[in-house]
Write a protein that binds this ligand. Structure first.
Ligand code: IPE
Ligand code: IPE
Ligand code: MG
Length: 250
């Protein structure tokens, strides 16, 4: 997507047995809680531990980018109490964890429409991003109030601001440099827990050639072994990027 990681539709990317970038829809918190006769919010609380586990497991496996869908632009449609709880949880976890991420050499990023967040939260996020900007062990991106369609619209707006004459004849790169994930290579592996097989408005542009993996495991139960199963599935895929299988054998 950026100068170091060209678009998969322009240049065939180099691939490795370990995905460089894993993007996850962390789904199933509510059902996890329901199956234990607990309130949905307890499922969200328990999902935090699964996030810590996933971060650690990605580092141990040499994955460079982990992108987690935490709250979608459509999740505002949920009951007010659940939305407020999720927001509070997000803020609490941010305040507890950003320093720890930094100490562990992790670069922290947040993508999404932050305009709905309190100014202090936005400041806290931007400070955390600045503080961790030079870290190279893992880039952890949290998608908060993120929507793939929002991302495309905001990129077009930025492109227009930069050069309004360009709009008529723009090419892929003119637009892609404004996407929220312009600092990362496109995801190699997409994981969705919770059994649903849909994208739910996650990284619409970026997932063009990503390998998709769906599992029935509910997010709070996701662990290092679950990640390994996803990676094993990924390793069996033939990433053709439009070519034939025979061409890959050459
Ligand atoms: C994912 O779990 C977390 C968020 C969307 C914030 P859900 O809350 O969607 O859990 P289910 O899908 O209802 O089980
Ligand atoms: C997708 O999960 C969003 C996040 C995990 C943050 P949802 O549970 O909101 O998705 P749908 O509504 O089942 O498509
Ligand atoms: Mg869900």
């Amino acid at each position: 997507m950026n100068s170091t990681s060209p678009s998969s539709t322009k240049i065939i990317p180099e691939t490795d047995i370990i995905p460089r970038h894993v993007a996850i829809i962390m789904d199933g918190n509510g059902r996890w809680a329901k199956s234990r006769s607990l309130p949905r919010i307890i499922g969200h609380k328990n999902g935090i531990e699964a996030v810590r586990t996933a971060v650690k497991a990605c580092i141990e496996r040499g994955i460079n980018y982990l992108t987690l869908f935490a709250f979608s632009s459509e999740n505002w449609r949920r009951p007010t109490e659940e939305v407020s709880y999720l927001m509070q949880l997000f803020i609490t976890v941010l305040q507890q964890e950003v320093i720890k991420l930094h100490e562990n050499g992790i670069r922290f990023k947040v993508i999404g429409d932050l305009t709905k967040f309190e100014p202090e939260i936005i400041k806290f996020i931007r400070n955390g991003e600045e503080m961790t900007a030079a870290n190279t062990r893992l880039t952890l991106t949290i998608a908060a109030n993120y929507g793939g369609r929002w991302d495309i619209v905001q990129a077009i707006r930025k492109m227009h601001v930069q050069n309004s004459k360009l709009i008529k004849n723009f090419v892929e790169e003119d637009l892609s440099k404004h996407f929220a994930m312009n600092y990362a290579p496109e995801p190699d592996l997409f994981i969705r827990t919770g059994g649903e097989q849909r994208i739910s408005n996650f990284l619409l542009w970026d997932l063009a050639y990503t390998e998709l993996y769906f599992t029935n495991i509910l997010w709070p139960d996701f662990n290092a072994g679950s990640l390994d199963l996803a990676i094993q599935s990924y390793q069996q895929r033939e990433r053709r990027f439009g070519r034939t299988s025979e061409q890959l054998q050459e």
